[in-house]
Design a protein around this ligand. Structure first.
Ligand SMILES: C[S@@+](CC[C@H](N)C(=O)[O-])C[C@H]1O[C@@H](n2cnc3c(N)ncnc32)[C@H](O)[C@@H]1O
Length: 229
C-alpha cells in the first residue's frame, strides 16, 4: 500500500512535521534542485504584484526568501507559515520582517488586510486548495494582486530530463539527508497537483479576475497572477 509520502498527500500535521525536519537543509536543497534559478523566480513573482508601500502577505513563507523578495520590491511584508523551524530560519535572515506562525487555511488576519499576497511552492501542500485560495482572497482588498509560484508538471523538450531529475535524482539525494523523505513527497505532490490551466480556473472560481499564468524555468515552474474582485 502506498504511503502519503509516495502519493504526495499528507495530513496537515505530517506536512508541518516534514518541513520542521527539513528546515536545516531546505535552502541548500533549493539551490541544488533548481541550479540556483529559484532566487530569480521569487524576484519575478514578487515584482508582479508588489508595489512600494503595499502591505503584503507571503503565505507559506518557509525560510523567508519570497517574503524578503517582496520587501525588496518595496512591500511591508508579513510572512506566515505553520512550521516553527522554517520560521526560525526566516527570523534569523530578516528580523525586520513580521513573521507569524499560522495556517493558510485559517489566516489570522481580518478581511481586506493586505494590498498584495504571494505564495511560493506552498499551495501544493495544503489539503484544501480551494479554501486556501478563498482565504487569500478574503484577506486581500479588492484590486489586490495574488502571485502563486508553484512547481508544475514539465512540458516541452526538456520534460524527459526534468522527469528523471525530479522523479529519481531529487528523491535519491533526499535519502542522504535528515528528513529527506520530503524529496520523495515533492515529485509525488507535483504529479497530483492541478496543471496550470486548472489552477487558473480555480483562481477564477474563488474570486480572482484577470487571471494569467506563465510557465518558465524550462517548463517546471508556473507563476499565476490574479486580482481580487
Ligand atoms: C516548499 S516550502 C516553501 C517555502 C517558501 N515559500 C519558498 O519559497 O521557499 C512550503 C512551506 O509551506 C508551509 N505550509 C504548508 N502548508 C501550510 C499551511 N496550511 N499553513 C501554513 N504554512 C503551510 C510549510 O511549512 C513550508 O514551510
Amino acid at each position: 500500500m502506498s504511503t502519503g509520502i509516495e502519493t504526495g498527500r499528507l495530513a496537515p500535521d505530517a506536512v508541518r512535521r516534514m518541513f520542521d525536519r527539513i528546515a536545516p537543509v531546505y535552502d541548500a536543497m533549493n539551490r541544488v534542485m533548481t541550479a540556483g534559478m529559484d532566487g530569480r523566480w521569487r524576484r519575478d513573482a514578487a515584482a508582479t504584484v508588489v508595489h512600494p508601500g503595499d502591505a503584503v502577505l507571503d503565505a507559506c513563507c518557509g525560510t523567508g526568501d519570497l517574503a524578503i523578495a517582496g520587501a525588496r520590491a518595496g512591500g511591508v511584508v508579513t510572512g506566515l507559515d505553520f512550521s516553527e523551524e522554517m520560521l526560525t530560519r526566516a527570523r534569523r535572515k530578516a528580523p525586520w520582517i513580521e513573521w507569524v506562525q499560522g495556517d493558510l487555511l485559517e489566516l489570522p488576519f481580518p478581511d481586506e488586510r493586505f494590498d498584495a499576497a504571494t505564495v511560493g511552492f506552498g499551495v501544493r501542500n495544503v489539503q484544501d486548495l480551494q479554501r486556501a485560495l478563498s482565504e487569500l482572497r478574503r484577506v486581500l482588498r479588492p484590486g489586490g494582486g495574488l502571485a502563486v509560484l508553484e512547481i508544475t508538471q514539465p512540458q516541452g523538450v526538456l520534460a524527459p530530463f526534468y522527469r528523471v531529475w525530479f522523479d529519481k535524482g531529487v528523491p535519491l539525494i533526499g535519502k542522504l539527508l535528515p528528513g529527506g523523505v520530503a524529496y520523495t513527497y515533492l515529485p509525488a505532490s507535483v504529479r497530483r497537483f492541478p496543471g496550470p490551466a486548472e489552477l487558473a480556473k480555480l483562481m477564477q472560481a474563488t474570486g480572482f479576475g484577470d487571471v494569467r499564468y506563465r510557465v518558465f524555468g524550462g517548463g517546471i515552474v508556473a507563476l499565476h497572477v490574479g486580482v481580487a474582485k
